[in-house]
Design a protein around this ligand. Sequence first.
Ligand SMILES: [Zn+2]
Length: 496
Amino acid sequence: MGLIPGRDVIRPALLFLGSSVVIWIIARLVTRNIVRSATFTTVFLAVLFSFNFSYNLGKSVIPWERSDFGVFWLLVSLAVATLSAWKKSSEPSPAYLNIFAGALGIMTLFSLASNALNSTSSKEPQDNLVARHRKVSFKPDVFYIIADGYGRSDQLKSKIGIDNSDFINGLRSRGFFVANANHSNYCQTELSICSSLNMNYLEEVLQNIPDKDLSRETLSNLIADNKVAQNFKSFGYKYIAITSGFPALRFSSADRWLQAHREINLLEETLIAQSPVNLSSDILRNSVEAKRYNLASAFRNLDEVAVQSSSPRFIFVHLLAPHPAFVYNSDGTFRVSEASGTLYDGSDYMEHGGTPESYRIGYAEQLKWLNKELLRTVDVIRKENNEAIIVLQGDHGSKVGLNQNSLTKTDIDECFSNLFAIKSPVKLPDIQKDSTTPVNIFRIIQSELFDLRMPLLRDRSYYSTWNDPFVYNDVTNQLSSSKDLANFGDVARKNR
Ligand SMILES: [Zn+2]
């Protein structure tokens, strides 16, 4: 319940009362008996809403899918309520209902207590992390916002032809550090995000997986259940993911995975999730509409989670923009995409109806729209949650000059030059460097927040073709303005 702001309780409470009355009226019509209908309603709702308790109790015996158990539990609730009402004489029996209410109260207390225990027990992180057992008292929310394909300003200027200084100045005036000469470690979405969320290079992250078992699916799984989130969770954080329709990013292992926005709040969604009602019906006609809808939804979801809650949260956000398809004009009006698919970038975009010129124009338009949304969102977070850490990052740069299957035909300066901006109430001197690459971002943040000693890794950049994602070509020294490797071997410095 730590995820739910108090004000969200009112509407579901009214809905709950309303639906109780409706159920009671129906039961009254069927049974034609006031006591039986009251018994039915009370027992039905009581059993139905002990779903979580029963599910948690029962899942060790039978490993049900949550949704299957939901259907089963709905039937159990109906059956138990019908039996109770059937057996009920027309004489009211307060003792019976009192015992029932008492049992409910105990279950609710038990549930609350176990929630409280779960959120306070902090397992020490495992692996090679050396915790120094400091009591961690300051636990700000941490937003990790990936804007897919968002390039570094100097490259955007020379390769796309946009002056992005208003946005960068807007970030700086809101307290962000923005790097000027940084690079990404990889230039494909899954490779980059898998590495940054696991705080290591893919050779290390994937070292125990035999080559024959390696696939993009492996990356998706390691993105969903990643090291950064595991560490946050071990320090009592909730893990929330917000996505905008990139199929490889699936966060079923997160505490909450918010996809397309729904016009109901978290508590309502939680309650409804316990029933067989399916909310994800496909109301979208085509992928361009879907992309617009998903992007707008991601921002609405971000606005909602911006509000601080009783538990600290790690909030991962993936925005499929400015990455093609280009579906928004700078003023927010809909844009018709030139390329035929919504996921094609670089040479794939060119092969599916796009041209370098349409890429530049479309990217610039969508970027300007995105910039406004990002600054607006940052302002919402600052207002609601001023102590939050916000990392705003491109997983790689723009790709007008990228060839998906040839390093020699690729403009590596463009695709490896990503946006990196961070706002933090905690001093993070190691991160405010132009050389910082994504692989080190959470090594630095978590070392500082949780007093861990995670060594910084050497900042390297690797190109992979689309067909051979696990063949890494080290291009670090070929990148212009590639930085010296002074970070190598350092340990995140402590500054307090
Ligand atoms: Zn990407």
